[in-house]
Design a protein around this ligand. Structure first.
Ligand SMILES: C[S@@+](CC[C@H](N)C(=O)[O-])C[C@H]1O[C@@H](n2cnc3c(N)ncnc32)[C@H](O)[C@@H]1O
Length: 158
């Protein structure tokens, strides 16, 4: 671990309660699928790897474990693929968009039953319902990419 490591900083921080924390080191692409010791989480922050589809992958392995009423924080919404995950969540029955602060989204887990991680039922998900023309007319809910429309990607223009 380098001297400037944020992991060392976190470990050495006097506020860090090592006795209350289980530290799992390694790429989440490897560690999350293998992790078995999940609790029902009050708060989850997704802010690790940003390339597509890694935040989506992390979401898949974490969402069944966010307790109803819990908070999902999704960082780096300026990255277009992460904004799309945000668009999905903003419309999904399982989440309510509470706020976007800079490029960070806060979503509250609703009381709705957990979407089965092992089934399919894509046609029941609002993001898909609203974007399939037959359903669109029936529901009359306008399609709006709530995060993408904020244009946060402008922050990243070089
Ligand atoms: C944008 S930083 C955010 C760190 C921390 N959440 C913060 O706000 O200070 C992203 C962090 O994720 C780490 N990271 C990158 N790819 C990762 C991966 N595949 N698995 C786990 N962590 C990863 C990076 O090393 C970096 O420390």
């Amino acid at each position: 671990m380098e001297a400037q490591s944020s992991i060392r900083f976190f470990e050495d921080c006097p506020l860090t309660r090592r006795d209350r924390i289980e530290l799992v080191l390694g790429p989440t692409q490897k560690t999350l699928p293998l992790y078995q010791n999940h609790a029902q989480y009050d708060v989850v922050l997704l802010d690790g790897p940003h390339g597509y589809p890694f935040p989506d992958l992390e979401y898949y392995f974490i969402y069944p474990h966010i307790r109803k009423g819990g908070i999902l924080i999704l960082d780096d919404l300026a990255i277009p693929t992460i904004a799309r995950l945000g668009d999905f969540l903003a419309e999904d029955d399982m989440f309510e968009l509470m706020a976007v602060v800079d490029a960070t989204g806060l979503f509250r887990r609703t009381e709705v039953e957990t979407f089965s991680p092992y089934g399919d039922s894509w046609w029941t998900q609002k993001y898909n319902v609203r974007r399939t023309s037959r359903q669109q007319g029936a529901e009359k809910i306008p399609v709006e990419d709530q995060i993408t429309k904020l244009g946060l990607n402008r922050k990243l223009f070089r």
